[in-house]
Design a protein around this ligand. Sequence first.
Ligand SMILES: [Zn+2]
Length: 214
Amino acid sequence: MRLKLERELIVEYGRKLISSNLTTGSGGNLSIINRAENLIAIKPSGVDYLIMKPEDVVIVTPEGKIVEGTLTPSSEIRFHLALLNYRSDITSVVHTHQVYATTIACMNWELPAVHYLVGFAGNKVPLAKYATFGTQALSDNILAAIGNYNACLMANHGIVTVGANIGAAFATAEELELVSRLYYQAKCIGEPVILSDDEMAIIGEKFKTYGQRK
Ligand SMILES: [Zn+2]
């Protein structure tokens, strides 16, 4: 079986999506590329995270050809492959419909620097224009929006995060749910103060050396 470690990580972090309230049932999806082997492990379509096993994970080439697996890969395989091919600095993509981030996306707003933790993504979280799920147009819109950010909101759909490893991509999704909630709540009582780009540049530098992050 190829990519044993990556298969196990897809299962482990799929369960963490559920326990962290970032998704329900089989919603959302995750992928990890092994650049040495030039193969990608991706969540199968429509399989409940709590019953998903490492052998259920689908292994594909960067072009999307199935190398191992009997199940259909995630319906959002197009943008997973596009991001992993486009960004050589990342190895993992996480996509969810987490409620507060998706609320902001349903307003077709970007998420501004209302709290310094938006620095997990950059000086803000940009917004990708709406397109039907699973389409090339959606993948194109995400690539156009994300640039060098570690996340982008997807209009009327959800959020996608990327990272040097799946732990980083997951942590970004989790922190951005908090920031999205703070933005939503602050908007309910007034107009929140937004941190400047200069301050967010300082935050970005500090995040490079903060805590145990690798
Ligand atoms: Zn989705």
